[in-house]
Each structure stands twice: as C-alpha cells, then as structure tokens.
Design a protein around this ligand. Structure first.
Ligand SMILES: C[S@@+](CC[C@H](N)C(=O)[O-])C[C@H]1O[C@@H](n2cnc3c(N)ncnc32)[C@H](O)[C@@H]1O
Length: 239
C-alpha cells in the first residue's frame, strides 16, 4: 500500500479527473468557502464516494452547495455522529454531534453492509428478535463510537503536550470507509489534520493521499504515520 502526506494548501494539489475512489473531507466547519469541493469532486471516478464531515455551522449550506453547484452528485446519507466534545453552553442545548454527508458521483456505487454490523439490542428475546440474528446493520445515528481525552489513540503535540484538536476516532473511519472501499482503493483527504485517514489506510490496506497546510499539524501527522508505517513493512511512501 502507498501513502502520500503533503504539506500544502489543498487547492494546489492536482490530479487527473476520475482517478480517485473516495474523497474524505473533514473540513473546517465554520468555513463557508466550498471551492475545494469542485476541485476534489472532479478527481472522483464515476461511482466514487464523496464524504464531508461537518456540523451545524455549515451542514445546511453544504447540502445546498452540493445540490446547486455539483452536477450528477447523488445524495446517499446524512449520518449523525454523537460526540462528547466542547463545553455545554449555559443558555442553549449542547450541539455535541457532527454531521457526515455522503454522496456518490453518479448513482452506481459499491456498499458492503456486512462490514458495519453492530450488536442487536434484542438478541436475548425470541419475541422481539424472531430472526435470531445477533447483529444488524449500523444506522445513520452513530452513538456507539467516541474518542475521549484519555483514549490510547489520542495524539498530542510533542512540543506543547496538548491534545491535537479535531482528531477523529479510527473506529469512526471503519464505520464510514469500510462499507465503500476495497483493499487497494485510493482515498484522498484534503484536510488530513493529525493524519487519521492515512493511519486508517495503513492499517486497512487502502492507498491514501492526505494534504495539510499547517506546518505543526503536518509534523504531528508525519510522526504518527511514520510510526504506524514501521509496523506495516509492505507500506511504501509514494514520492
Ligand atoms: C477538522 S481538521 C481534520 C482533522 C482530521 N480528520 C483528524 O482526524 O485529525 C481540518 C484540517 O484541515 C486543515 N486545513 C484547513 N484548510 C486547509 C487547506 N486549505 N489546505 C490544507 N489543509 C487545510 C487544518 O489545518 C486542519 O488540520
């Protein structure tokens, strides 16, 4: 498997049209400039999947942008990931969830539901669970995955000792990337942050290109990825 971690503005990264299987974009949710969407959507193969992680700041605008500006994108799902982050405001409800919007380029795509099975709550009851199955396909409401401040996989900045903000859990990546990818597929992440997507790709035999413009984040991601790559000897850094 190969990976590439690039320290540059994502609008400077170019690739031929229709050469990428998945775009995974965990962007800065407050930023309403969506020019990067056109740029990256063009790289997707027909049948490729475009995943945007966002929240209440911009999910509504993102959906309108996809509908109005992006030709041929089919809306597939709006997942809600309940997290435990942020401070609860004293005068409002705490919006402690992210929105994950999933589109397909065209309409013919692959999806493997057997890879996102979760335990069935009614397993023990013959009346409530007549099929006798012990698992069911995960739903669009994700409340069984979280990344606490003390989780083993949390990355900190070695210089400040502080936890890196915005890091997403690898289990969440399992949930959203496994059903749409095969081994050897190419994922491009234009907002790679602490390198979660590349780390996931290394562990799951997917090729990944990740782009990060912040020097500090880039260094943190590189450190994280280098240490995982050492444990996966058939991995090559793609020059
Ligand atoms: C929400 S974070 C991504 C977090 C990542 N999923 C993780 O698990 O660590 C978004 C990242 O995109 C980077 N970013 C924002 N605008 C960018 C741009 N134009 N080009 C490249 N990186 C950018 C930010 O520096 C930030 O690290």
């Amino acid at each position: 498997m190969t990976y590439k971690l690039l320290n540059m503005d994502n609008m400077k990264f170019n690739r031929d049209s229709k050469t990428v299987d998945i775009i995974f974009a965990d962007y800065i949710y407050e930023n309403l400039d969506f020019n990067w969407v056109d740029h990256y959507y063009d790289m997707l193969k027909d049948g490729g999947i475009f995943i945007a992680m966002t929240d209440f700041h911009s999910q509504h605008r993102f959906r309108v942008y996809m509908e109005d500006e992006i030709n041929g994108a089919t809306f597939l799902n709006h997942l809600v990931w309940k997290n435990e982050w942020g401070r609860s405001p004293s005068n409002k409800f705490h919006q402690c969830y992210d929105d994950i919007l999933i589109y397909c380029k065209g309409s013919n795509y692959k999806f493997y539901p057997d890879r996102i099975q979760v335990p069935k709550a009614t397993t023990g009851s013959k009346r409530l669970n007549p099929s006798g199955r012990i698992t069911k396909k995960a739903t669009a409401w994700i409340d069984d995955i979280c990344l606490t401040t003390v989780a083993k996989e949390r990355i900190s900045n070695p210089e400040t000792g502080k936890l890196v903000e915005w890091q997403k859990p690898l289990k969440l990546m399992d949930r959203i990337l496994l059903p749409y990818t095969d081994e050897g597929d190419l994922i491009v992440d234009p907002f790679v942050g602490s390198g979660t997507t590349i780390s996931w790709g290394l562990k799951n035999n997917r090729n990944v290109i990740g782009i990060e413009y912040d020097k500090i984040k880039y260094k943190i991601a590189k450190r994280r990825i280098d240490s995982i790559a050492k444990e996966t000897p058939d991995t090559g850094r793609n020059k």
